[in-house]
Ligand binder design. Structure first.
Ligand code: MN
Length: 129
């Protein structure tokens, strides 16, 4: 695992955020965090991370808007974007993918599955559209 790989995590639920940060740092990823969608966009533009993991329900700017802004940015559209959300209803997966997210991970976070997913996405990169 390359130490230089940096992941931005945008999540306002502290328990989920702490778990994801703990797991990612355990696997030597560099992690940047915020609990706010507007700040997430600012950080993304400034840092251009290797991967962005984003909750859907967020204060100020929600995950759908974050996805839309990221995917219409020439600088950021190729950064793989994962939605992390408790929405588990049939059709929600399509809804987040249609909003611009490349991948979807549902809450609650299952540690092994989460880390495997992140690792493979880091290798695959953005989903081709
Ligand atoms: Mn939330």
């Amino acid at each position: 695992m390359k130490q230089s790989q940096r992941i931005l995590v945008i999540e306002d639920n502290e328990t989920n955020l702490e778990l994801m940060v703990y797991l990612l740092r355990s696997f030597n990823y560099g992690v940047i965090t915020t609990g706010n969608g507007a700040q997430g966009l600012e950080i993304a533009r400034r840092e251009v991370p290797d991967l962005i993991i984003c909750d859907v329900h967020l204060p100020e700017v929600d995950g759908f808007e974050v996805a839309k802004q990221l995917k219409t940015s020439a600088k950021l559209k190729n950064v793989p974007l994962i939605a992390v959300t408790a929405m588990a209803m049939v059709g929600d997966r399509e809804k987040v993918l249609n909003a611009g997210f490349d991948y979807y991970v549902s809450k609650p976070i299952i540690p092994e599955g989460f880390i495997q997913e992140v690792g493979s996405i880091m290798q695959i990169g953005r989903r081709d559209r």
